[in-house]
Design a protein around this ligand. Structure first.
Ligand code: PHE
Length: 452
């Protein structure tokens, strides 16, 4: 990032850069790895419907609220709250965000590490001629091993830290703008191939035909957690990026465009994966390994599949990187601005901390697979606590902050760039963040954890 003059801090210089970076944060493993497996575990179509409703009604307003806080506060998450509401304990949202950033980085780097292994496997033509059982076995023996999953996790965290440190972030953003359309194009090709497999219809029905008997309170919480995770909201990544956005950019457009792109990529991933899952007779509810079984099977059946596989896993790893840098940036910006640590030290500290926790996540598929807390492995526990507890709670407090603590005139000023932009839906937005979003999130959240 280069200097843009916002308070003399680093910032995004172009609208292009902001959209790239924010969409880069949102679009990642959450769309391609997590979305399909969570849909699979939660019964399909009805989940998708609830998910889409949450993106529209809760996700976009929370994202917009975060952008307002960040650009108004001109600080990291913690600092922005302290600046906007001095002497009040709202900075606690920032502390929750830091915890969430660590937890997500920890388990995210496990999965991102898997994608790196799959780049190597693709180059080595390791999927060729294998049945889907054999591919499942291959994944099984890889991810329940100790050395390679840890090795790739370290590589991924070092890459993330290196990007944060070396100032190539801007370069990455520009690249990803060129590369992400390729990822989408590849997903389209894979979706078409998947749809043309015999037995594919079952997958489409699973994804798009809602069976409302599947809707339990835990499905609602999973949909909420997935929506927040996928949009990178509820923990301050968007607050941090918002603080780098210049005063002349339109926050509402950014929130709308990023949410739309994120949702389209997730649905596309679903259309690529579920028809193949049903065609190959696999179990949609099998969990985090889902795409690592299914995608290689699709590549096998694709002309030129060797090259497609290589390109796909490289692009997936890049998508994961543009998300993980936004997670690390939350912590680094905090350490630099609040604790006056140098950027280099801050990056090393934050990355080492994430790696330390991350090792336990990775080992929870092998040597620590028996270590269970509340019936969950360490990986599942961190994923659940971050995505389904910290993010919704953070999102709840964020909308309450913008809806009830910030003055209406102040919010309006920020959204309209000091009165320059017409904002037609301001009254509606205000109503949603004051009443609808907090009540909806609270009901879903407290209901499913058994408090209501
Ligand atoms: N949204 C990212 C993804 O879909 C993950 C993420 C969550 C990034 C929270 C930042 C903050 O992969």
């Amino acid at each position: 990032m280069s200097l843009s003059g916002n308070d003399g801090r680093d910032g995004f210089t172009s609208k292009f850069g902001i959209i790239c970076a924010t969409a880069g944060s949102a679009i990642g493993l959450g769309n391609i790895w997590r979305f399909p497996y969570v849909v699979g575990e939660n019964g399909g179509g009805a989940f998708l419907l609830v998910y889409l409703g949450f993106i529209l009604l809760l996700g976009i307003p929370v994202m917009l609220s975060e952008l307002v806080i960040g650009r108004r506060g001109q600080r990291n998450t913690f600092g922005s709250f302290r600046r906007l509401s001095p002497g009040k304990p709202w900075w606690f949202i920032g502390v929750m965000g830091l915890a969430a950033a660590f937890m997500i980085l920890a388990f995210y780097s496990t999965i991102a590490g898997w994608t790196l292994e799959y780049i190597v496997k693709s180059f080595a033509n390791a999927f060729k001629g294998k049945s889907s059982e054999e591919l499942a076995g291959m994944f099984q023996s890889f991810h329940t091993g100790v050395f390679w999953p840890l090795f790739w996790q370290v590589v991924f965290i070092v890459m993330t830290a290196w990007i944060i440190l070396s100032g190539v972030k801007k370069g990455i953003e520009q690249y990803s703008k060129i590369l992400m359309p390729f990822l989408v194009a590849l997903l389209v090709i894979m979706a078409i191939r998947s749809l043309s497999l015999p037995g594919a219809m079952g997958g489409l029905q699973f994804l798009f035909k809602p069976d409302f008997s599947e809707l339990t309170t835990s499905v609602f919480l999973s949909a909420l957690g997935q929506a927040f995770f996928s949009l990178s909201i509820g923990m301050g990544a968007i607050i941090t990026y918002g603080s780098y956005i210049r005063k002349e950019n339109n926050l509402t457009t950014i929130a709308a465009q990023v949410s739309l792109a994120d949702t389209l990529v997730a649905i596309l991933a679903g259309v690529a994966i579920f028809p193949a899952v049903f065609a190959f007779g696999l179990d949609p509810a099998e969990g985090p390994g889902l795409i690592f079984h299914v995608l290689p099977s699709i590549f096998q059946k694709l002309p030129g599949g060797y090259f497609f596989a290589i390109i796909f896993f490289i692009l997936l790893a890049i998508a994961a990187l543009t998300s993980s840098i936004s997670l690390l940036e939350v912590v680094v910006a905090f350490l630099v601005e609040e604790l006056r640590v140098s950027r280099k030290k801050a990056t090393i500290m934050a990355a080492s901390g994430a790696l330390f926790v991350g090792v336990f996540c990775t080992l929870s598929f092998s040597s620590l697979s028996e270590a269970k807390f509340f019936g969950k492995t360490i990986f599942d526990l961190l994923d659940f606590s971050a995505s389904n507890i910290l993010l919704p709670l953070g999102g709840l407090l964020i909308v309450v902050f913008v809806g009830w603590v910030m003055k209406s005139a102040e919010v309006k000023d920020e959204l309209s760039n000091g009165g320059l932009l017409k904002i037609r839906l301001f009254g509606f937005f205000r109503f949603v963040i004051k009443f609808i979003a907090p009540v909806a999130i609270a009901i879903i959240f407290f209901n499913s954890i058994g408090v209501l």
